[in-house]
Write a protein that binds this ligand. Structure first.
Ligand SMILES: *[C@@H]1O[C@H](CO)[C@@H](O)[C@H](O)[C@H]1NC(C)=O
Length: 144
């Protein structure tokens, strides 16, 4: 019985653990979202430069990528823990009291204004990318 409880606990902990994504994952998510949403080439070129114009196509693209990362979900919104863990990397520990956590948190909202999911994801994602661009880029940089 004890073993059963331990195994269940491990399973639950494990199920909620975020797996840090690699550069390959990012490139794969980008390709999947580009083809799912039929993003025109000129916009793709901008995304590769971390430029995200405020249009409905780009809003839905960022939502798509954030959903694939496990950063956003249409029902529950942003997952600050997962975003933080991605920035810290698989070796690091995301300390929920630190400044990075606070900057991520400052960018997310619960969509009190009732925007559609694409706008909601875009609002948080662009804020977060702008505030943490270097960390974001480093977290998915080609490994040295
Ligand atoms: C995007 O544009 C809309 C319409 O002009 C505006 O209401 C919204 O605040 C903009 N979003 C961001 C994140 O700048």
């Amino acid at each position: 019985m004890k073993l059963f409880v331990v195994l269940c606990t491990l399973f639950v902990l494990n199920a909620s653990a975020y797996v840090v994504k690699s550069r390959d994952d990012l490139l794969q998510f980008r390709n999947e979202c580009v083809s799912e949403l039929e993003i025109p080439e000129n916009l793709v070129e901008q995304y590769k430069k971390w430029q995200y114009p405020n249009d409905s196509v780009t809003q839905c693209y960022l939502k798509c990528v954030f959903v694939k990362f496990g950063f956003f979900d249409t029902a529950s919104g942003f997952n600050v823990e997962n975003i933080h863990q991605q920035l810290v990397g698989s070796q690091g520990e995301a300390n929920h009291d630190d400044a990075v956590h606070a900057t991520i948190e400052s960018c997310v909202d619960n969509n009190e204004q009732g925007s559609n999911a694409c706008e909601w994801a875009y609002r948080g994602a662009t804020c977060f990318i702008k505030n943490n661009l270097q960390l974001v880029q480093r977290s998915v940089a080609p490994s040295a």
